[in-house]
Ligand binder design. Structure first.
Ligand code: SF4
Ligand code: SF4
Length: 459
């Protein structure tokens, strides 16, 4: 008699092992530990439900598959085709992760974690991983997918423009036109940073930077093509990088300095002091302008009348008075104004036909203008309507910002700052340079540079 028992063997294990061998051998002798990590982590667990769109690096043509074994080939899988976000080419990542020489003692930062597949591979090799993903939907998926790796913490936020935890290795999966100054600061001695240094057309090279005391050794480990890293794109630097990559010679790069000396040994000199700018990320409005629709003006007028009535019937009007928010001053005020100008007023979209005005606004306005009757107060507001305001937004929301002015605005408007501006205001020190980045869907679309010395530029 033969008694057989069931096994829980993963039916894809053999595919995965063959794939791990293939992608790890593509660019040179494989590292057995990296190959074992690729053989262990189930790629299908990070890609959502089928069908899965797949392509190969740089291609514009995509096909679809619902067959899990076909995920174990050296091709990229689209995570969000509209935004150009992919689960990248396995052989490139195998080669780069090998170059990081990770050990179980290492603390790793993975920047641009996507849905977490390569984070899981890093977690197989390192002691702990902090994974950063700016796209909140992807970060949520990464957190769920990475639950079996307790040594991973997922952060649904940007890893640019602010201090980061100390790290033995930083692996970046989004293209930057220059290394983030805080990335370099976070590297421990002997720490390795590997990131895609890319020009304005999205392609470039994977640059491995190793801290040696106060110096940085650097070399390119491969070519690459990546989507942009929001917050680390300088358009002028990126355009020049494209030209320099075309000119060749990157294989001779041996070091990186923050203030490069001039001379024949310099392969590329980037944005210099500008790369030290603190990044302030704000939302982006790109809507069209229109003359105020008469029906909306009538609705606003009715709302103002009602607010005055509500004030008239209030039992204790003095209790409605709100504490005024102090106006920011100095360089902070300049940065806040530049943030709103670069964003163009995303938060005002909620102002509708009411502009957040109510009896609490009216008690202040009446107190400031005791000589005006109710009709004159209404006129005061309506005279300030924007001649052209953003479609569907507050009727005071013009191309140059709010036309109402602080004394007539609701206190909510005077006190509101979005998360990016609040983070900037919380900084212990006011920085020398600030780069405002207005982004939508994680992609940089508009930026401005502010300097305490008064210079300003942008795109
Ligand atoms: S507070 Fe933020 S969201 Fe509102 S206009 Fe300014 S930058 Fe834009
Ligand atoms: S009143 Fe001004 S600040 Fe307030 S929502 Fe309207 S445009 Fe924006």
């Amino acid at each position: 008699m033969i008694l057989r028992m069931t096994t829980d063997r993963d039916p894809l294990a053999e595919c995965r092992a063959a794939y791990a061998r293939e992608v790890n051998a593509r660019f040179g002798p494989p590292d057995p530990a990296v190959e074992a990590a690729f053989a262990k982590v189930p790629r299908e667990a990070f890609l959502g439900p089928p069908p899965w769109p797949f392509g190969s690096g740089g291609t514009a043509s995509w096909s679809e598959t619902s067959d899990p074994p076909s995920l174990y080939q050296d091709r990229l899988i689209a995570l969000d085709r509209a935004k150009g976000i992919n689960n990248g080419q396995p052989s490139l990542h195998a080669h780069c992760i090998t170059a990081l020489r990770l050990t179980r003692k290492d603390h790793v930062l993975h920047i641009g974690a996507g849905t977490g597949y390569y984070t899981a591979i890093l977690a197989e090799l390192a002691g702990s991983v902090d994974a950063y993903e700016i796209e909140s939907a992807l970060a949520a998926r990464a957190a769920e997918n990475l639950a079996p790796w307790p040594n991973v913490t997922v952060h649904a936020e940007s890893a640019t423009g602010r201090p980061l935890p100390d790290a033995d290795a930083i692996y970046v999966s989004a293209g930057a036109s220059h290394p983030g100054p805080y990335w370099l600061d976070a590297l421990r001695d002997q720490g390795r940073l590997l990131f895609p240094l890319t020009g304005d057309e999205g392609w470039g090279g994977m640059l491995l930077v190793e801290r040696r005391g106060s110096k940085f050794a650097a070399r390119f480990v491969s070519d690459c093509s990546f989507i942009n890293c929001a917050g680390l794109r300088d358009p002028v630097t990126a355009a020049r990088l494209t030209e320099v990559f075309r000119g060749g010679g990157k294989e001779k790069v041996r070091s990186l300095t923050r203030k490069p000396p001039s001379g024949a040994t310099v392969w590329f000199a980037g944005a210099g002091g500008m790369s030290e700018a603190v990044i302030v990320t704000v939302p982006l409005l790109n809507d069209t302008l229109e003359a105020p629709p008469p029906g909306r003006v009538r609705a606003l007028k009715r709302h103002l009348v009602q607010s005055l009535r509500d004030l008239r019937v209030a039992k204790r009007p003095e209790r409605l008075i709100q504490k005024a928010t102090p106006e920011p001053s100095g360089f902070t005020a300049t940065v806040l104004a530049a943030g709103c100008a670069t964003c163009r007023g995303h938060c005002c979209k909620g102002g509708g036909d009411h502009a957040y005005i109510d009896e609490r606004t009216m008690v202040r306005v009446r107190g400031d203008n005791p000589e005006l009757d109710a009709r004159a107060i209404i006129r005061l507001f309506l005279e300030r309507l924007a001649p052209r305001s953003y479609q569907g937004s507050c009727l005071f929301h013009g191309p140059e910002g709010c036309t109402l002015g602080r004394p007539l605005r609701a206190e909510l408007c005077n006190a509101y700052y979005c998360n990016g501006l609040q983070d900037f205001m919380k900084r212990a020190e006011v920085p020398e340079h600030v780069r405002i980045v207005a982004a939508r869907n994680g992609m940089e679309r508009r930026s401005a540079i502010m300097s305490r010395r008064g210079s300003r530029g942008g795109n």
